[in-house]
Design a protein around this ligand. Structure first.
Ligand SMILES: C[S@@+](CC[C@H](N)C(=O)[O-])C[C@H]1O[C@@H](n2cnc3c(N)ncnc32)[C@H](O)[C@@H]1O
Length: 281
C-alpha cells in the first residue's frame, strides 16, 4: 500500500509530458509546468478510482484500454474548469441585447437566427442568452435557436437539469431570480420551462475539428473564458473554425480577458454603443 502510494504520487517528467500531450491532442487544453500540481492531484484521483498502480499504467489505459473512451470522459470531467454564473460580463450582454440582436433580427427578417454558446459549462450562459432574447422582444423567440455545447458531459447533464445554487446568482438581483426561476427549497432554484425550452444542449469537443461540419452556420458565437485554456496553435485552429461557421456580418463574443491579437486578423474589432466586439466582415 505504501509502495502503491509512492508510485502513484511519483510522476516523472517524461510521463507527465506524455500525459499532457495526450490531453492536448484530444482537447486543445494546455497544461504547462504551472498546472502540474493541479493536474497531478486530479489524475491521482483517477488512478485510485481505476485501481491502477501508477501514471505509467494510467497512460497506457488511456491509450489502449477497451474502456478508454469512458475514462477520457471521466478525466475531462475532473480537469476542466467550469466556473460560470448568470449574467456574466454584463456590458457585453447589454451589447448583445441592445445592439447585436436588433441588427441581426432586421437583417434576417423572418428567418431563423442561430446562436451558439461554445463551452457553455452548466448552462448559465445559454440560459442568460435565452432570457435576453425573451426580454428584448425585437424578434419572436421561436425564430431564435440557441445551441449550447461543452466537452464535459457532467456539466451538460447539470445544464439539462437546470437547477442552480446561490453561486450561480452572484451577479443578479432577487427580481431576476423570481422572474426566471422557481424555488426548489434548500437554496436551489430551477430554471423555468419557458427558458429551458429555448436551449438545446449537446456534448461537443471544440478540438474535434472535423466535426464542425455537423453544426450548420451561426449569427452569433459566444465562446467566453474557454480558449484561455488553449495554447496559441489550438486557439488559431478553433477560431478559424468559428470564422467558417459564422454568416457574413456574424459576431464572435469572447471573454473580456481574451482577444484575437496574434490569433487571427480575419475578424474586425468594431465599436458598438455598449462594447467592443469581433465581427466577420
Ligand atoms: C470557465 S468555463 C466558461 C463557461 C462560460 N462560457 C462562461 O464564460 O461563463 C469553460 C468551459 O469550457 C469547456 N471546455 C474546455 N475545453 C473544451 C473543448 N475542447 N471543447 C468544448 N468545451 C471545452 C469546459 O468544460 C468549461 O465548461
Amino acid at each position: 500500500m505504501l509502495f502503491n502510494d509512492f508510485d502513484k504520487n511519483h510522476f516523472s517528467d517524461e510521463l507527465y509530458r506524455k500525459l499532457t500531450s495526450l490531453i492536448y491532442d484530444r482537447t486543445g487544453l494546455f497544461f504547462g509546468e504551472n498546472s502540474r500540481f493541479f493536474l497531478e492531484k486530479r489524475v491521482e484521483l483517477r488512478i485510485t478510482a481505476l485501481n491502477l498502480r501508477n501514471l505509467d499504467e494510467y497512460v497506457r489505459y488511456l491509450m489502449f484500454d477497451s474502456d478508454s473512451e469512458k475514462e477520457w470522459d471521466s478525466l475531462i470531467t475532473t480537469i476542466t474548469t467550469n466556473e460560470t454564473y448568470f449574467m456574466r460580463e454584463e456590458r457585453q450582454l447589454k451589447c448583445f441585447k441592445e445592439d447585436i440582436l436588433p441588427e441581426i433580427a432586421k437583417k434576417r427578417a423572418g428567418s431563423k437566427i442561430r446562436i451558439w454558446s461554445a463551452g457553455c459549462s452548466s448552462g448559465e450562459e445559454p440560459y442568460t442568452i435565452a432570457i435576453l432574447v425573451k426580454e428584448s422582444k425585437c424578434v419572436p423567440e421561436h425564430y431564435v435557436e440557441i445551441l449550447a455545447t461543452d466537452i464535459n458531459s457532467r456539466v451538460i447533464n447539470k445544464a439539462k437539469e437546470g437547477i442552480y445554487g446561490e453561486s450561480s446568482f452572484r451577479s443578479v438581483n432577487e427580481a431576476f431570480k423570481a422572474r426566471w426561476f422557481i424555488s426548489e427549497g434548500n437554496q436551489k432554484w430551477r430554471i423555468k420551462d419557458e427558458v429551458k425550452a429555448r436551449v438545446t444542449f449537446q456534448r461537443f469537443n471544440l478540438f474535434e475539428l472535423d466535426r464542425y461540419a455537423l453544426l450548420g452556420n451561426f449569427d452569433v458565437i459566444f465562446c467566453r473564458n474557454v480558449i484561455i485554456y488553449f495554447d496559441m496553435d489550438a486557439k488559431v485552429k478553433v477560431v478559424e473554425r468559428f470564422f467558417d461557421k459564422l454568416h457574413d456580418g456574424g459576431y464572435l463574443l469572447l471573454g473580456h480577458s481574451e482577444s484575437l491579437i496574434s490569433v487571427t486578423e480575419k475578424f474586425k474589432l468594431i465599436h458598438l454603443p455598449s462594447d467592443l466586439v469581433y465581427r466577420k466582415e
